[in-house]
Design a protein around this ligand. Sequence first.
Ligand SMILES: [Zn+2]
Length: 284
Amino acid sequence: MIRENVTEQGNIYGKWQITEDTWCITDGWHNFVYLLIGEEKALLIDSCSGEGNIRAVVEGIIEKPVMVLNTHGHFDHTGGNSCWPEAWMTKEAAVHAKEPFGPIHEKWFRSKPYQDYKIHYIENGQRIDLGQKIVEIISIPAHSEGSVAVLDKNTRFLFTGDEIESGQVIWIVRNQSVSLKELAQMHKMNMEKLLEFRQDYDYIWPAHNGVPLYPDRYIQDFIELDKLIIEGRQQVMEDTAGFGFPADNQTIVNPFQDYGKLCRTQYGTASVIYSESSVVYHNK
Ligand SMILES: [Zn+2]
């Protein structure tokens, strides 16, 4: 018997309360999504992969209306959107939000219902009023086109999606017009942009692996690593093994196996997995 919130793999959603008005929800795929509760409505930052019924988990926490917002368009962040009739994301994120992440997910993705939710666009600098709680959108695209961070000045939390995290930030060069060095340049500019808001947050909450993160160390280390990549001086590790990532890209469950040889590089707390081959993935 399969219960509603138990996946085919036997996983179930977990949740925990971080502050009076902030919760974290996780699924069996090491995704962390966040529920920010205002006086009038709640904001769900990302929606996991579409397994089970994440809406039932959210409604088990609060009864207020929920606005679903995606940090970017990858399916492990947008898959649960369709539990609600609409979702908010950048125009660039919307291009890929209803596609599987990679070819190995095609069949599984096609078995998912409800891809017909309505998309509303958000943009850099936009403020969203949840009632006695206003969050701000900060555009930080590098890992994915259209990535945003969400700043909650009340709790002094910054939610960064996949653009900063403890295991590895993944840059798959999918578009031949953007090189690895250009991605590193974009990422460095984004890190410097987050430093401009540094007086407004104490902790970074990424979408994968360890949470929360100490901002001063992670942002500075990522800036240094970005610089090394821009200058072509990064150290390539022996293999890609790391926090939540397999040693090589041959593992059957690895969604990155179709993107050619991957490399890991790191500096201090910052680590990046990248593919230098330009692979253009078309969803067919
Ligand atoms: Zn992603």
